[in-house]
Write a protein that binds this ligand. Structure first.
Ligand SMILES: [Zn+2]
Length: 215
């Protein structure tokens, strides 16, 4: 069964079946307004430092899902993420989609990314996000049974479109993150950085807090 677009009801069942240690799409504890910001597809030599600077200025943590070959090119950025208290996780070596990939090939790819992150940062992370979020039941099962935690998301603002700061701000404001959300973002473009610089103070005023996902 292909569930390339996972519906919330399916994610509820998967998080229950595998436990949040192996499948996570929302935070379990919502009472204190916790929201997890996650950034995919880095590290990027231009935009990742800007995101890290912004997170430091705002005093919040996030989690980065990293492409292995970019980790190998920019290990110092991954070291900085870990040193500043952010979570890191794998996003495959070359951003390959995982549906239909044989188990051995998939685990070798994920292991290579995990090793590169470890060599860069000293953090051995089992967090993993599938590229484009595309999964089916066999691929979810392979990832979870291999001991990884597959992290999906409960809210996305399509910032990958890079269609401008104002459109992104209006999407943030029309469906703001709520307690327990895991938010999908990207550290590969200027719009996301500029829009977040405006939104994070607003979210702070609304009482939200931003932890990293632990490994
Ligand atoms: Zn991605």
């Amino acid at each position: 069964m292909m569930i390339s677009s996972l519906r919330d009801a399916g994610k509820v069942l998967l998080q229950r079946f595998y436990s949040p240690r192996h499948f996570l799409w929302r935070l379990s504890s919502v009472e204190v307004g916790r929201v997890a910001l996650t950034f995919d597809d880095g590290p990027d030599p231009t935009f990742t430092p800007q995101v890290l600077d912004l997170l430091a200025e705002q005093g919040i943590k996030a989690t980065f899902f990293l492409i292995g070959e970019k980790v190998a090119q920019h290990p110092e950025l991954v070291r900085r993420m870990a040193a500043e208290g952010h979570g890191i996780g794998g996003h495959t070596w070359t951003h390959r989609e995982i549906v239909g990939v044989p188990r051995e090939t998939l685990l070798e790819d994920m292991g290579r990314c995990r090793q590169a992150m470890f060599e860069a940062s000293g953090v051995d992370s089992v967090l993993f996000r599938p590229p484009r979020g595309r999964v089916d039941l066999p691929s979810i099962h392979r990832v979870c049974r291999a001991g990884y935690c597959l992290v999906h998301w409960s809210r996305t603002y399509s910032d990958y479109k890079c269609d401008g700061v104002e459109p992104l701000l209006s999407r943030f404001r029309s469906a703001p993150p709520k307690a327990g959300d895991i938010v999908l973002l990207h550290d590969h473009n200027a719009d996301t950085v500029a829009a977040l610089a405006r939104m994070i103070p607003e979210w702070h005023r609304q009482g939200l807090v931003f932890p990293s996902l632990s490994t």
